[in-house]
Design a protein around this ligand. Structure first.
Ligand code: GSH
Length: 222
């Protein structure tokens, strides 16, 4: 059984969404955000203090995009995976990692300097500059999403889960109002998927059952 350590709507949501898309059995362990501060004992099993932490037998992983790739292959054949023999294999890997390395990175700076730092240390200029940087990177998807419903392979894949999480984060930051039209329509397609909604519900139910605040990590105030 896969065990996922998760904070509400943090990057570990990518993994939870994947598990729901796959219909794979899992155990969800909820943590208050940030676990490094709020649940020090977590450092004993993940010295990084970050989520996700996914355990699958002897396999232990802490990178959300890599875990999406792992799960898609581990549960193959599944439409969520793109095989090396498919024409869009390279595009698939590119967008899968683009979601975290290119899109979520500038959002981290926005979150930190607009929300997580104490009032006196907030930097509105940094938050706005990195918001613009994120939106400029996101705009690169507009031509592709104007002519196709998903990023690659003619279907919904793990790459859409990875990029979709960055769009969820953008929504928490209020940046969704600045999405270009095809990206906005894409986000609507993603966030109304049954598995996405099941993942949302699962984290809320598990948080309440485990005595953890159901407030999403990006909306947490220090
Ligand atoms: N590159 C990693 C980043 C993991 C990460 O930074 N997770 C955040 C949650 S969104 C976290 O746990 N932050 C708490 C902290 O840094 O103490 C991934 O994609 O999983």
């Amino acid at each position: 059984m896969i065990t996922l350590y998760h904070c509400v709507s943090a990057r570990s949501f990518r993994v939870l969404w994947m598990l729901e898309e796959l219909g794979a059995p899992y155990e969800l362990k909820m943590l208050p955000f940030p676990p490094r501060v709020q649940q020090r004992s977590f450092l004993e099993i993940n010295p990084l203090g970050t989520v996700p932490l996914m355990l699958d037998g002897a396999t232990r992983m802490t990178e959300s995009a890599a875990i999406c790739q792992y799960l898609a292959q581990r549960f193959a054949p599944t439409p969520l995976n793109v095989e090396p023999g498919e024409a869009d294999f390279g595009a698939y890997l590119n967008y899968l990692h683009f979601g975290e390395a290119t899109l979520t990175f500038p959002q981290t700076l926005v979150l930190r300097y607009a929300r997580f730092e104490p009032e006196a240390r907030r930097l509105p200029q940094v938050a706005e500059d990195y918001s613009k940087w994120f939106l400029a990177r996101l705009r690169s998807l507009e031509p592709r999403l104007s002519s196709q419903p998903y990023l690659c392979a003619g279907r919904f894949t793990a790459a859409d889960v990875s990029v979709g999480f960055a769009l969820l984060s953008a929504q928490h930051l209020g940046l969704h109002t600045r999405f270009t039209p095809a990206v906005a329509a894409y986000w609507q397609r993603l966030c109304t998927r049954e598995a996405y909604l099941r993942a949302m519900k699962a984290q809320d139910v598990a948080a309440r059952a485990q005595g953890v605040s159901p407030v999403p990590a990006p909306d947490t105030t220090p």
